[in-house]
Structures are given as C-alpha cells and as structure tokens.
Design a protein around this ligand. Structure first.
Ligand SMILES: CC(=O)SCCNC(=O)CCNC(=O)[C@H](O)C(C)(C)COP(=O)(O)OP(=O)(O)OC[C@H]1O[C@@H](n2cnc3c(N)ncnc32)[C@H](O)[C@@H]1OP(=O)(O)O
Ligand SMILES: N[C@@H](CS)C(=O)N[C@H]1[C@@H](O[C@@H]2[C@H](O)[C@H](O)[C@@H](O)[C@H](O)[C@H]2O)O[C@H](CO)[C@@H](O)[C@@H]1O
Length: 305
C-alpha cells in the first residue's frame, strides 16, 4: 500500500474515486465519513488543502491522470488550512494498518494543532486516536426532532421576517454570520466563496433561508438557513446578531424554519449539529423537542488538551 500526499487540486478521476470511497463507507457504517466542506473541496482548486491517498500500487503509479480504477483506492484523508482533518478507510480494507498510516501522515503535516474528526465516533476511532496519543478535543452533537406541533414564533418588536434574496443579501448575511459566530472554530470565518459554494449546490433553496430584518432600517438581525438534502431536513445554521441575542429572536427564527421544513417541505423529522459547548443553542433546541441522535468528535494531541 502506498500513501501519497497531493496538494489541491485533485485530478477529477481521483476526486470521483474518493467520492465513491466515501459513499461506500457511509453505506457500510451508516455515517458520512467526510464533512460537507471536505466533499465540496474534492473538486476544484483550494489553496492550502492537502489530500492524502492510500492506494494499492507502486509509488507514483497513480500519475497526475488520477486513479486507474476505484478499486485501487483503499483510504483517504484531508487536511484543511485550519489543521482540521478527516480520514476514511474503505470497508473492504480495514484492520490492515491503513488508518494508522493515514493518521501518522496527518500528524506529520498537521503538527500539534491537528484536529481529526471522527463522525459518529464509530468503533475503533477512539482506539486509533489513543494509539497515536490523541484525545477528544471537541464534541459536536447531532440532534433530531420528529415533526409535531410547533409554538407560534414571537418576533421582537420592530423585526420582520423575509427570505434570502440571491444578489441582494450575501454581504449582509456574511456580516451577521461573522458576528454571530465570532467564537466558532469554523462558521464565523466563512467567506463569500464558502457562501457561493453552497448557493451553487442542488440543495440550496432561498425559500428556506429566513432573514430577520429591522423593519425600520432593513438591517439583518438574524437568520435561519435550512437545508434539505437526500430528503433529510436540517436546521443548517441559525445565527443571531449579538445585539439581539436574548431577545427571543433565535427561538422565533428556529420555529419559522422548522415550520417550513415540516409544512412546506413535508418532512417527518429534522436534524441539526450543535457544539457540545454551545449551552444557549442546546437549551433552545431541547426546548423545541430535539434529542441527541449521534455524536461527532474531534481528536487532537493529548498534550494539547
Ligand atoms: C444548528 C445551529 O445553527 S447551532 C448554532 C446556533 N448559533 C450560534 O450558536 C450562534 C451564536 N449564538 C446565537 O446566535 C444565539 O445565542 C442563539 C441562536 C443560540 C440563540 O438566539 P437568541 O435570540 O439569543 O435566543 P432566544 O433569546 O430566542 O432564547 C431562546 C432560548 O434559548 C436558550 N438560551 C438563549 N440564550 C441563552 C443563554 N445565554 N444561556 C442559556 N440558554 C440560552 C433559552 O432556553 C431561551 O429560552 P428562554 O429565554 O425562554 O429561557
Ligand atoms: N450548526 C452548524 C453551524 S454552527 C454546525 O454545527 N455545523 C457543523 C457541522 O456541519 C455539518 C457537516 O458539514 C455535514 O457534513 C453536513 O452534511 C451538514 O449539512 C453540516 O451542517 O459539522 C461540521 C464538521 O463535520 C462542522 O465543521 C460544522 O461547523
């Protein structure tokens, strides 16, 4: 087995093989092994992104033309410029040391700031991490709510709600998102490119992207961006400008998006991700009937814990 670190961009054939590897793992494990950002960054050039390929063959046999066959690829890892990473080994190739080899290479390239996701904290991830001196540095809860009666949203005085208008609201949304998520490891640093990537996805639907605006000034005070992909409805991101936090706006926005997913999109359940340390959001979602369905964790060097 050969390990090869490839700076972005990946050859299209290789990107397709990684996508197929991730699909096979998701089918086998019941959990997507790679995050949305990682999947989005398989295609195209993303400076600073590093791809690691584990394949059956002599070094260099892949060539820049990409993989000869999907069967050649037995593992993949990605390392982002913020030192966050993910790795996946093909179900057919597990317990042969490929995961250990991928993680060692990530440590070599990522250094002490490395943070490796284990989506679903599947069997073996803790053991693999501990073997290389890594411990849990972050918990991301995956919550689910079955459809049912919703309270009516109570909007703060002077606030109106409308949906996102492409070509009009991008700059204002980036601003309120950055302010709302100033303390978040990823969300607050989204750029116009990150937003455009997602607006270009088949699931993007401005009719499910709610903005709370000041009636007098039109300024965006908060938002609830919903997502429906593969028939799964998600509270994708809810954010409230710090100036409005504690005003009831987050609850009203969350309810508005849940109503849309439940009634306009006819979904029987809704999911979301929330950091374990986010006490405010977790309290809000618990009040609205969300319960824990799974847990993603990030591992980092134990001496960094
Ligand atoms: C799926 C996701 O998007 S997870 C990420 C959610 N977004 C963020 O964390 C971004 C930063 N935080 C925010 O934007 C806001 O704090 C939000 C969205 C979490 C909450 O919005 P707010 O407008 O402040 O919430 P709101 O005033 O509607 O309060 C609703 C409930 O949330 C909970 N809550 C809100 N703030 C807090 C807090 N500081 N501490 C504990 N619970 C809180 C309470 O249960 C509250 O109900 P209550 O006031 O009846 O007790
Ligand atoms: N509630 C949001 C914004 S704070 C959140 O916590 N997002 C996480 C989450 O993102 C999900 C992930 O990318 C899934 O692959 C994708 O299918 C979901 O639609 C996303 O919501 O997990 C990410 C790590 O995997 C994390 O970086 C985001 O901040």
């Amino acid at each position: 087995m050969t390990l090869e670190a490839v700076p972005s961009p990946l050859p299209p054939a290789t990107a397709a093989a990684v996508t197929e590897l991730a699909r096979a793992a998701a089918q086998s494990d019941g959990v997507n092994p790679l995050s949305e950002r990682t999947l989005l960054h398989l295609d195209g050039e993303h400076p600073g992104d590093l791809h690691v390929l584990a394949y059956i063959g002599e070094p260099g046999t892949l060539g820049v033309s990409g993989l000869q066959t999907v069967g050649d690829l037995v593992g993949y890892a990605s390392l982002a410029p913020d030192s966050s990473a993910q790795l996946v080994v093909a179900p057919r190739a597990r317990r042969q040391g490929t995961g250990t080899a991928l993680l060692r290479l990530l440590l070599d390239h990522g250094g002490p700031g490395l943070r490796v996701w284990a989506h679903g904290r599947l069997p073996g991830s803790d053991e693999l991490a501990a073997r290389l001196g890594l411990g849990v540095t972050r918990e991301l809860y995956f919550l689910r709510r079955m459809s049912g009666p919703l309270p009516k949203p109570v909007w703060p005085d002077g606030i109106a709600v409308r949906t996102f208008e492409p070509g009009r609201d991008e700059t204002a949304w980036l601003g309120v998102n950055a302010r709302a998520f100033a303390e978040h490891p990823e969300q607050g640093s989204w750029t116009s490119s990150d937003l455009a990537d997602r607006m270009g996805q088949p699931w993007f639907d401005p009719r499910g992207f709610f903005l709370a605006v000041e009636s007098e000034t039109g300024a965006v005070a908060g938002f609830h961006w919903t997502k429906v992909e593969d028939s799964v409805g998600e509270v994708y991101v809810v954010g409230v400008d710090p100036a409005y936090q504690g005003s009831g706006l987050g609850k009203a926005l969350t309810i508005e998006g849940l109503r849309h997913l439940q009634e306009d999109r006819g979904l029987s359940s809704v999911v979301l991700y929330v950091d374990g340390t986010n006490t405010a959001a977790r309290a809000l979602y618990e009040k609205l009937g969300f319960t824990t369905a799974a847990l993603d964790v990030q591992f980092g060097p134990s001496d960094a814990l």
